[in-house]
Design a binder for this molecule. Sequence first.
Ligand SMILES: Cc1cc2nc3c(=O)[nH]c(=O)nc-3n(C[C@H](O)[C@H](O)[C@H](O)COP(=O)(O)OP(=O)(O)OC[C@H]3O[C@@H](n4cnc5c(N)ncnc54)[C@H](O)[C@@H]3O)c2cc1C
Length: 467
Amino acid sequence: MNDNSGARRARDTATAIGVLRQRFGDRLQTGEAIRQQHGHTLTWIPNQPPDAVIFVELASEVVDIVRVARQYRVPVIPFGAGTSLEGHVNAAEGGLSLDFSRMNKIVAVNERDLDCVVEPGVSRKQLNDYLRDRGLFFPVDPGAEWATIGGMAATRASGTNAVRYGTMRENVLNVTAVLADGSTIKTGQRARKSSAGYDLTRLLVGSEGTLGVFTELTVRVYGIPERIMAAVCPFKTIEGACNAVIQSIQLGLGIARMELLDAVQIKAVNGHSKLGLDEAPTLFLEFHGTDISARDQVAVFKDLAEAEGAIRFDWAEREEDRNRLWKARHDAYWAVKSTWPGRVVFATDVCVPISRLAECVLETEQDIKELGIVAPIVGHVGDGNFHTSPAFDPANGVEVAAVKTFVKRLTERAIRMEGTCTGEHGIGQGKAGYMAAEHGPAIAVMRSIKAALDPDDILNPGKIFPL
Ligand SMILES: Cc1cc2nc3c(=O)[nH]c(=O)nc-3n(C[C@H](O)[C@H](O)[C@H](O)COP(=O)(O)OP(=O)(O)OC[C@H]3O[C@@H](n4cnc5c(N)ncnc54)[C@H](O)[C@@H]3O)c2cc1C
C-alpha cells in the first residue's frame, strides 16, 4: 500500500465510522481498550485492533453496516467471543469489528425434529443450559464454553464429542447470512437432507467470516442419553493409548468421547484442577447409550485397552464427577498457562487419518524431545485430531526458533500422512502458510469463490489465503 492509498483508506474509514456513529450512537465504540479486546489475544500472533467495534442487535443492522462498509471499502470482521486461536478476529487491514454478543436469542426449539434456531451470539453454554430442561443437548463443545454458535460455525469447530456426534459441518442445517453486497440468503431448510443444488451451508460453515456474516443458524440437537459413563484410563505408553483408540474406531464401538492427554499435560492438569491422576499417557473416555449398550461398549473397550497396556480404569458415573473430569479436560490450555506462568502458550492442532494417529503422535513426541521444548499433547484422538500447546519465552530467540521449527514440522508431518494442517481450529492468519501444501491448485478455486462473493475483499480480509 503506498502513502496515498493508506491516506485514502484512513479517510474512507473515518467517513464510514462517522456515518455509522449517527446510526448506532454509543453502540459504536472506538476506545483503545475495546479495540484491543476485539483484536486477537489467545495466540502468538500480534494484536491488530479494528478501527471501531459495533455491538449489533438486529439482522437488519448487519445489512446496513455491510452496505456502508462496501460503499467505503472498509473491512468488516465478525466477532463472536474471540476464542479462536489462529488470529481469526485480528483486523489485518483495520475496519469494523461486528460484536454479536447482543444477538443472542434462542429463536425456536423444534423438539420433535431435534433442531433449533439461534442467533449467532448464543454461546454453547447458554444453549445447553436452555436445552437441558427439555432433555436435549447440543454436542459440539470447543473447550471455551463461551464460544458462540456463529463463531463455531465460522471456524467449523468441533470438540470432545465430535467422534460420535460430528463437528459443526454435520450439525449446522442452514444459515442465514449477509453477503458482501448487502444481500441476505438462507442456505437451506430444516430437512435433514437435501439434494437441491449446491451445498451453500457447507460452503459458509468454515468460511471464517470471509464469505458472509451469519445472522441466524439452525443446528441439530440430540436427546440426552439414558446412560452416560465416563472413565479415566492411564496407559504404560502413549503408543498403547493411541492403538486402543484406533482399534475401537475400527471396531465401530461408537464411544462418545476419547481424549488423549500425554504425561506432561496430565501433570499440568493435576496442578491446575487437583485431580490427582497418574502422570502417564491417559485417555479420558465417555460412553453414551442405554444402560445395556453403554455397559457393552465399556466391556469391549476394557478388553482391548488392557491388551494395549492400560494400567486401570477409574470410573466417574455421577454427573458431578463427570463434569469435574471434563471441566479439567477443557481447562487443559489454562492448566498449561498456569504451570508455565509468564510464558506465551498457544494451541495448534492437526488431524490425520486414524490409522496414522499413533505414528504421528510418536514422531511428534520425539520431535518435542529433540528440540528440547515444552509442548504438552492433548487431543480428540477418536477423530485422529490432536493439539499441542507450546509454552515459550518470546524474548528467548532460541526458544522461539525451536517452537517455529516444531510447528512447521508438525504441520508438514500431518499433511505428509494425508492429514490436514488443522482439524478444527481453522486457518485464520496462523495456518495460511500451509494452505498451498495441503490444497495445491484447489486454492485457486477457493480464491475464485471469494472473488465472486466478495470482489472488494471487505469480509475479514487477510485470513485463510496466503499473502
Ligand atoms: C481454552 C480453549 C479451548 C479450545 N478448544 C477448542 C476445541 O476443542 N475445538 C475447537 O474447534 N476449537 C477450540 N477452541 C477454539 C475456539 O473456541 C473456536 O475456534 C470457536 O469456534 C470460536 O468461537 P468464537 O465465538 O469465540 O468465535 P470468534 O473467535 O469470535 O471468531 C472466530 C471466527 O468466526 C468468525 N465469526 C464470528 N461470528 C461470526 C458470524 N456471526 N458470522 C460469520 N463469521 C463469524 C470470525 O470472524 C472469526 O473468523 C478453543 C479455544 C480455547 C480458548
